[in-house]
Design a binder for this molecule. Structure first.
Ligand SMILES: NC(=O)c1ccc[n+]([C@@H]2O[C@H](COP(=O)([O-])OP(=O)(O)OC[C@H]3O[C@@H](n4cnc5c(N)ncnc54)[C@H](OP(=O)(O)O)[C@@H]3O)[C@@H](O)[C@H]2O)c1
Length: 259
C-alpha cells in the first residue's frame, strides 16, 4: 500500500467530517515520525471544533490548530503567515483543500446567494489558499532534492466531487438537485487543471479527488460509505500519486473520473 510520507500537511475544514478523519488517520500513520499537521478551521474555539481541540490536546507536538475561513481572504493571509512562522526550512509538503459547503437548487430554484456562497467557499477560497501557501510549497519542492512529482514532495489536493463532473452529473441530477454546489465544484475542477499547469514548473503536484458518497453532515445519512473507509482510500491514492496524475481527477479507489 502506498503511504503518505509528507512531513508537513495542512488541511482545511479539519474540525469535522472528512477533514477531521484525515487528521486522525495521519496521526495514526507512522510513515513520517516527525509529521506536523496544520489542522485549520474557521472557528477553532467554537462548539463544532471540540473534537479537534481534544485531539490536539492529546498530540500537541503533532497538531497545530490554525484559524482559516475559506470565505475570508484576510484570514487566509493571516493563517499563511502563522503557518509560515512555524514551518521549518523544508516548507509545506501537502495542502488539502477540503473545506466546502453544499447548497441545493435547480435552475428554477437556485438563489443568487447560494451561487455566490458556494463559489466563495468552494472556488475562490481554494484559489486564495493555493496562492498564499505557494511560497511554502515551492520551498518544499526545492528542499526535497528528489525528481518528479509526489505528495511527499509538494502537492495540492483539491477535494472535489463526482457532482463537479460535467459529463457524469446530468444522470444524477434528479437524485441530487444541488446545482449551486455542482457548478462551484466544476469551477474547482477547472481551477485544479489550471493550477496543475501553472505549478508544474515548480514541481508541485496538483489534482482533484472525489471521496465517494460518505456519511457526514454534507453527505447525509443515506450515504453508503463511512468516513474511515473513504479517507483510507484517499490517503492510499494520495500516497501513490506521481507526475502521471498531474491535473487529474480520481476517486478514493484510484479510478479516473471523466471531467
Ligand atoms: N460527504 C460526501 O459524500 C462528499 C461527497 C463528495 C465530495 N465531498 C467533499 O468532501 C469535502 C469534505 O466534505 P464533508 O463531507 O466532510 O463535509 P462536512 O462534514 O459538511 O464538513 C465540511 C467542512 O468544511 C468546513 N467549512 C465550510 N465552510 C468553510 C469555510 N468558509 N471556511 C473553512 N471551513 C469551512 C466545515 O467547517 P464548519 O464546522 O465551521 O462548518 C467543515 O469542517 C468537501 O470538499 C466536499 O465537497 C463530500
Amino acid at each position: 500500500m502506498a503511504a503518505v510520507k509528507a512531513c508537513s500537511v495542512l488541511i482545511t475544514g479539519a474540525n469535522r467530517g472528512l477533514g477531521l478523519e484525515t487528521v486522525k488517520q495521519l496521526l495514526e500513520d507512522s510513515n513520517c515520525p516527525k509529521r506536523h499537521i496544520f489542522a485549520t478551521c474557521r472557528d477553532p474555539d467554537g462548539p463544532k471544533s471540540e473534537a479537534l481541540r481534544e485531539l490536539a490536546k492529546k498530540h500537541p507536538s503533532v497538531i497545530t490548530i490554525i484559524r482559516l475561513d475559506a470565505d475570508d481572504p484576510c484570514s487566509i493571509k493571516e493563517s499563511a503567515k502563522k503557518v509560515g512562522s512555524l514551518l521549518g526550512s523544508n516548507g509545506l509538503n501537502l495542502l488539502v483543500n477540503n473545506a466546502a459547503i453544499v447548497a441545493r437548487g435547480t435552475i428554477q430554484t437556485s438563489s443568487v446567494e447560494d451561487m455566490k456562497n458556494t463559489f466563495n467557499t468552494n472556488v475562490i477560497g481554494p484559489l486564495l489558499i493555493i496562492k498564499e501557501y505557494l511560497p511554502y510549497l515551492q520551498i518544499a519542492a526545492k528542499a526535497s532534492g528528489t525528481p518528479g512529482l509526489s505528495c511527499n514532495k509538494a502537492a495540492v489536493i483539491n477535494i472535489s466531487t463526482l457532482g463537479g463532473s460535467i459529463s457524469t452529473m446530468p444522470s444524477f441530477f434528479d437524485q441530487f438537485p444541488v446545482l449551486p454546489y455542482c457548478v462551484s465544484k466544476a469551477g474547482l475542477n477547472m481551477l485544479t487543471v489550471l493550477a496543475a499547469e501553472e505549478l508544474k514548473a515548480d514541481e508541485i503536484l496538483c489534482m482533484a479527488l472525489h471521496p465517494g458518497w460518505v456519511k457526514t453532515e454534507l453527505g447525509g445519512e443515506k450515504a453508503p460509505l463511512e468516513p474511515k473507509e473513504s479517507v483510507e482510500g484517499m490517503l492510499r491514492v494520495i500516497g501513490s500519486l506521481t507526475e502521471k496524475e498531474q491535473g487529474g481527477f480520481l476517486d478514493y479507489t484510484g479510478k479516473t473520473i471523466p471531467w
